[in-house]
Design a protein around this ligand. Structure first.
Ligand code: COI
Length: 372
């Protein structure tokens, strides 16, 4: 993992021409937005954009005013969900620098998602260059209040004007930026999870590992039903046997055993290869905990919670960081995890990770990429 930009990154970054927003937020408007932050509600003045066509490849690197998109109603994204996205954050450190966390890992996953969804793969240099160009321009939008960041949302959409079902011949890449507070408000508060026994998120050979909008859209009905039952989030089981834990839809899951072993579902191709997940595995191992990536059945989890062999359960993701799970339930059970409060392993790994991200601890892994 590199900690500084390569020559290729820098030269491509220069290729992003800037079309300045004629009506950017005033300093007072920006200060007001940055003083009370929610997740994903406000956006900066500009967005990065590139266009791809089957004939010309990637062209027209630009930064343009943040604005509604003009799309032909026949565009493939609107009919066949030709779309993928990423999520990463830029942090303002106490020394005034702005850094992102493992952006190359997002760039690589973006390429894998693109391949699965028959969209063009964006070169890592362009992904990085778009981030550099936009974040440098919008540096005053990076918030400084605790637990805040500039959430970056790169995405690809099929703009092919054709109602036949085919690989899009034209695509747009966009990068928008949202000064954001925590995904879950109220500090490190445990969430409750509904173990879904009716709906599945992904099946073997499906799109579970791709970060495509369709996976998230199909999670909304189960989420609504779980909400009606009083639960905050949904935990999905595998579609083949209905017994093995997969993920929460927007987050990966970890189970901490009483003996200190930490278990997380193995990457089967059905679940998202979380950047936060991979980072947490590394941090736990370096903290001398044994981490095992394997199948975990819901029976094993329920029995372990009941006997006390399972001490903690937590979820993680870029937006949600590390979120403790305090309660689990489904049609046939309801259980509190431990004492229902965040456990020590959960809290420690959260602190270690966020200390690196916010520059409060040394970045011994070279995970942080300096933008400016
Ligand atoms: C993220 O964690 O960045 C995601 O993309 C998940 C989304 C539900 C906010």
């Amino acid at each position: 993992m590199t900690t500084s930009s390569s020559a290729t990154d820098a030269s491509t970054a220069e290729a992003f021409r800037v079309v300045a927003n004629p009506n950017p937020a005033t300093e007072a408007e920006r200060a007001e937005k940055l003083s009370s932050l929610k997740f994903g509600v406000n956006f900066t003045d500009h967005m990065a954009r590139m266009t791809w066509s089957m004939d010309e490849g990637w062209t027209d690197r630009r930064i343009e005013p943040y604005a509604p998109l003009q799309l032909d109603p026949a565009s493939s994204v609107l009919h066949y969900a030709s779309e993928i996205f990423e999520g990463l954050k830029a942090y303002k450190w106490a020394d005034g620098t702005i850094r992102t966390f493992r952006p190359q890992a997002n760039a690589e996953r973006f390429q894998r998602s693109a391949w699965r969804m028959a969209l063009p793969e964006l070169p890592t240099e362009d992904f990085m260059a778009s981030i550099r160009a936009l974040v440098e321009l919008e540096k005053d939008w990076v918030p400084t209040i605790p637990e805040s960041s500039l959430y970056l949302r790169p995405f690809l959409i099929g703009t092919d004007v054709f109602l036949g079902l085919r690989q899009p011949m034209t695509v747009d890449y966009l990068l928008i930026a949202s000064p954001s507070g925590p995904y879950f408000s109220g500090g490190v508060k445990p969430v409750s999870i509904w173990v879904e026994q009716e709906y599945h998120r992904a099946g073997p050979g499906g799109t579970g590992a791709a970060k495509c909008g369709g996976n998230y859209a199909s999670s909304l009905r189960p989420q609504i039903e779980a909400g009606k039952r009083g639960y905050d989030q949904v935990l999905y089981l595998d579609a083949k046997t209905d017994t093995v834990l997969e993920e929460l839809g927007g987050m990966n899951v970890f189970v901490v055993m009483k003996d200190g072993t930490v278990v997380t579902p193995v990457l089967t191709g059905n679940l998202l290869e979380g950047v936060t997940r991979a980072s947490i595995i590394q941090l736990l191992e370096d903290d001398h905990l044994k981490v095992v990536e394997r199948d975990i059945t819901i029976k094993e989890l329920r029995d372990g919670v009941a006997s006390g062999d399972v001490a903690e359960v937590f979820a993680c993701g870029t937006a949600a960081v590390v979120t403790p799970i305090g309660k689990m339930g489904s049609t046939d059970f309801e259980q509190q995890v431990g004492d229902g409060q965040p456990g020590p392993v959960t809290l420690k790994v959260r602190q270690t990770l966020t200390d690196i991200q916010y520059g409060r601890a040394e970045d011994t892994y070279g995970w942080m990429e300096t933008i400016c």
